[in-house]
Ligand binder design. Structure first.
Ligand code: HEC
Ligand code: HEC
Length: 262
């Protein structure tokens, strides 16, 4: 009998130890979250491009699709002899300048679909704040073109005074409501739930009957750790940045919510 009790105690300690470790690891990742950009009217093109490059390679998750060859057109290298994106952006839509086309590509990706590709690019407003989007546009322009994004563009597209404050980017809110996190962190761009959302990744309905809490947690922190059966074609597409975009408490709220969707 005492043997069984000891076993139970040992397992309990292991479990507690595991969660304590997880809780300690995640806040450390948190410190790597970029500061809110707060790019004011006096911002220089160089500062915008530098901020945009970080978004492109990091929080924007762009490289999950762009640069791998077949899933999305190359942006920072030539695509089919049309040049890098900064060189071809002004020729995509007649009468539409490069800057306007790029902003539209990120905020209404379905408005123009590059020939030969599926309309899978998420609306980046779900993941990025408006100044982050403008910074990404400046970075894309710098790839073979001329940067003409200014602080004025950022100010113009910001909500009018007196309106609700703009969302300050993915890292900023502290909500523990999993449904709010689903849209705020951009999961909604790729995962369906209750008939809403994009159909790129698996639907979240009944996900708890396929995966344990531990497996869901691992998938969110390290999406490359496994691939959902039937979605091999989309392997590597889920951004690997959520471990940094979610606080430990937010991650646990999402994991518990999903694990209970039987
Ligand atoms: C889930 C995959 C995916 C992600 C993530 C993604 N894109 Fe795309 N993107 C695409 C696909 C596919 C296309 C081509 C079809 C279309 O036009 O929508 C595209 C098109 C574009 C275009 C137009 C290219 C052209 O030649 O006209 C731009 C610009 C662009 N993406 C920028 C970005 C940036 C910047 C990010 C990150 C902030 C990003 N994308 C994230 C899939 C993605
Ligand atoms: C750009 C698209 C994209 C975004 C955004 C995205 N995912 Fe995914 N996710 C996928 C794809 C594609 C798969 C299936 C392929 C794979 O296993 O990698 C997947 C798989 C999953 C799975 C496993 C599902 C199953 O049924 O086995 C979980 C859990 C998950 N994602 C959670 C999240 C969470 C939480 C968020 C938001 C914080 C999120 N995802 C955002 C594309 C995305």
């Amino acid at each position: 009998m005492w043997k069984t009790n000891l076993k139970v105690l040992a397992i309990a300690l292991l479990v507690v130890g595991f969660y304590t470790t997880v809780a300690h690891i995640i806040p450390q990742l948190q410190s790597e979250v970029p500061e809110a950009l707060a790019l004011g009217s006096g911002v220089t093109p160089e500062a915008l491009v530098a901020a945009g490059e970080k978004i492109y390679n990091g929080a924007g998750g762009c490289t999950a699709c762009h640069g791998l060859g077949t899933r999305a057109p190359n942006l920072i290298t030539d695509y089919k002899g049309q040049g890098a994106v900064g060189a071809r952006c002004g020729t995509r839509k007649p009468g539409m300048a490069c800057k306007a086309y790029l902003y539209e590509s990120l905020t209404q990706p379905q408005a123009y679909i590059v020939q030969g590709f599926d309309p899978i690019m998420p609306d980046m407003r779900k993941q990025l704040s408006d100044d982050q989007i403008w910074a990404a546009v400046a970075f894309l322009e710098s790839q073979g073109g001329e940067v003409d994004v200014t602080g004025e563009d950022i100010a113009k597209s910001a909500p009018a005074k007196g309106a609700a404050p703009a969302p300050t980017g993915p890292a900023m809110t502290a909500t523990l409501d999993p449904v709010a996190l689903y849209s705020e962190k951009g999961c909604i761009g790729c995962h369906q739930m209750d008939g809403k959302g994009g159909a790129v990744g698996p639907s979240w309905d009944h996900i708890g009957s396929r995966r344990s809490a531990a497996s869901i947690r691992r998938k969110i922190i390290d999406p490359k750790s496994d691939t959902t059966k039937g979605f091999e074609k989309f392997a590597g597409m889920m951004p690997a940045t959520f471990g940094q975009m979610l606080t430990a408490a937010q991650l646990e709220a999402l994991v518990t919510f999903l694990a209970n969707k039987k």
